[in-house]
Design a protein around this ligand. Structure first.
Ligand code: FAD
Length: 508
């Protein structure tokens, strides 16, 4: 008998493993405390992954495959991947074992070590999901100190012929329409209705709770909205293309208390657990542009996130692990304040972004980067604590994509391998791109005083504190010129205000 392991984020029904039914092959799937407990997770994340796994197993069986599924409350469940494999390999007297390449370092190491100790043949297969191999970005940038996403992205566009003209030129005459993607949203056009399905996972949620697995956030078990299978993910993609994609480009960076989804696709969960292939998504979006249904800046902006950022951060992850998770270029050590777990802060932007995250296990990119991450970096919060929080709270968080985004892009903790400058701003940016500052306890314009927006003093103090590390960065020339022009008294007052804020983040 051959044993084939399918992990919870490997729900790719198009995989060649499933091309033929073979009665000598048992597919093994398992819900284990090892995976619920390695970090404190949002309840919706545990529910959605288990529900999608159960649906996947059911469909495999319906297609005639043999499946051994260990549910979280199964008496035979040893609650760890190696423990269950020991049991199952013996149970089936297996003569051959294979697994699909894990996307996380931790599981990759665990399975490689496990397989090395087996006395039967064992091998790893590809997941057949990504555009790139694990080491493709590293090969593209071989010998270069600094990597650039834009360079990688253009290579991907040319290599895969995405949004390219017949003469090899980028569609629309430009590689990148980022400058057209920076509009604030004033309430029009309306945010489309929620494009997702509803499922009642109350029974599953009770089982998860009974297992003792800890979690946080709103479970929303009676009306869960994350896709369970390929068909639902495809339908969500269709609704996104029709209703939201036409506006995606313009409002990609907009934020609002009135609309948490705006024009985003909410497809990251489906893609990351492999219910949906990035190629399917990219081809559908490109077709919509070719049909004239969406403007080029929307199609390009969206496709850049997938064949650009998504593949690129994965390349950074595999190049820099192990050890990437320990980097802390600014030596920031402050623990996360409690309001990361209840959203109760007087800063309205953070209350909104964290509140959405607790309610939906999701908030869109610019909230993650320019509200939550921005504050964490300016306030000197520990990037490792922040990494664990992001990894736990978001429905789409798997370390290969979450860690480079949090540690690299958002916290600059890798000293600038992933981002060319720290993504920080004062209140002015947040006020320009959102309605968060209206009605906030703090004054977005003031730098000093009890009611001054904390982002303002923290912003100048961040560059002042890190002059040695950052002033050589040519993208920051303007900031350091402004700092230079500031008189000593003003700078001292900002330093004092920032030190006070950093000393009492829990009270803000
Ligand atoms: P859309 O706005 O509709 O974008 C479309 C798709 O592009 C996404 O589904 C995603 O697959 C991809 N994408 C967009 N931006 C990125 C990016 N920076 N890196 C990789 N892929 C991207 N994304 C995750 O999938 N998992 C994470 O754990 C995660 N953690 C993040 C942490 C931080 C600090 C930041 C700044 C970003 C993080 N992102 C993460 C990227 C991005 O925020 C999410 O992919 C996006 O919000 C998912 O929602 P969506 O599907 O509606 O995205």
């Amino acid at each position: 008998m051959k044993l084939r392991l399918i992990l919870g984020d490997q729900l790719n029904h198009e995989h060649s493993w499933f091309a033929h039914v073979d009665s000598d092959t048992v597919f093994v799937m398992m819900e284990v405390r090892q995976e619920t407990d390695y970090v404190l997770h949002h309840a919706q994340k545990i529910i959605a992954i288990f529900a999608a796994m159960r649906d996947f197993a059911r469909r495999l069986r319906e297609a005639g495959h043999r499946v051994h599924y260990l549910a979280i409350d199964d008496a035979d469940n040893r609650q760890s991947v190696p423990g269950n494999l020991d049991y199952l390999l013996a149970h089936y007297q297996a003569s051959d074992f294979a697994w699909q390449a894990p996307d996380e370092w931790r599981l990759d190491q665990q399975l490689a070590a496990y397989a090395a100790g087996l006395s039967i043949p064992a091998h790893m297969d590809d997941t057949e999901h990504f555009y790139t191999a694990r080491d493709e970005a590293a090969r593209i940038f071989e010998g270069r100190q600094n990597w650039l996403m834009e360079h990688f992205y253009r290579r991907m566009r040319s290599k895969h012929g995405v949004l390219m003209s017949a003469t090899g030129k980028p569609a629309g005459g430009q590689w990148n329409f980022d400058h057209d993607n920076r509009e604030a949203w004033d309430g029009m056009p309306w945010e489309p209705a929620d494009i997702r399905f509803r499922h009642d996972h109350s029974a599953l949620w009770r089982t998860i709770q009974a297992s003792g697995a800890k979690s946080f956030g709103e479970p929303n078990a009676a009306s869960s909205a994350w896709p369970l299978n390929h068909e639902e993910a495809l339908e969500q993609l269709e609704r996104f293309v029709e209703l939201a994609l036409p506006h995606f480009g313009r409002y990609q960076d907009a934020m609002s208390v009135k609309a948490w989804r705006l024009f985003h696709s909410l497809l990251s969960f489906a893609m990351n657990v492999k219910l949906l292939s990035p190629r399917t998504v990219v081809e559908r979006v490109e077709a919509a542009w070719r049909d004239g249904a969406v403007p080029v800046e929307s199609a390009e902006g969206y496709i850049r996130q997938i064949i650009g950022w998504r593949e690129y951060v994965r390349g950074v992850y595999w190049h820099r692990m192990p050890g990437y998770d320990e980097l802390n270029a600014f030596d920031h050590q402050t623990p996360l304040p409690w309001w990361f777990w209840d959203g109760k802060t007087r800063m309205r932007c953070l209350a909104a972004a964290i509140g959405q995250s607790l309610e939906h296990a999701h908030t869109h990119h610019i909230n993650r980067l320019m509200v939550i991450g921005n504050f964490a970096l300016l306030a000197g919060l520990s990037p490792q604590a922040l990494h664990r929080w992001y990894l736990g709270i978001y429905i789409d968080a798997f370390e290969w994509v979450e860690l480079p985004n949090t540690l690299g892009m958002s916290q600059f903790a890798d000293g600038g391998q992933l981002a060319t400058k720290p993504y920080v701003s004062s209140a002015a940016y947040i006020a320009r791109m959102s309605d968060y500052c209206k009605g906030c306890h703090y004054d977005k314009k003031a730098r000093l005083g009890e009611r001054a927006c904390p982002y303002n003093a923290l912003y100048w103090d961040f560059f002042d504190r890190n002059r040695d590390q950052l002033q050589g960065n040519h993208r920051l020339g303007m900031v350091f010129q402004q700092l230079k022009r500031m008189d000593d008294g003003a700078l001292t007052a900002l330093r004092e205000r920032a030190a006070d804020l950093r000393g009492r983040v829990a009270e803000l």
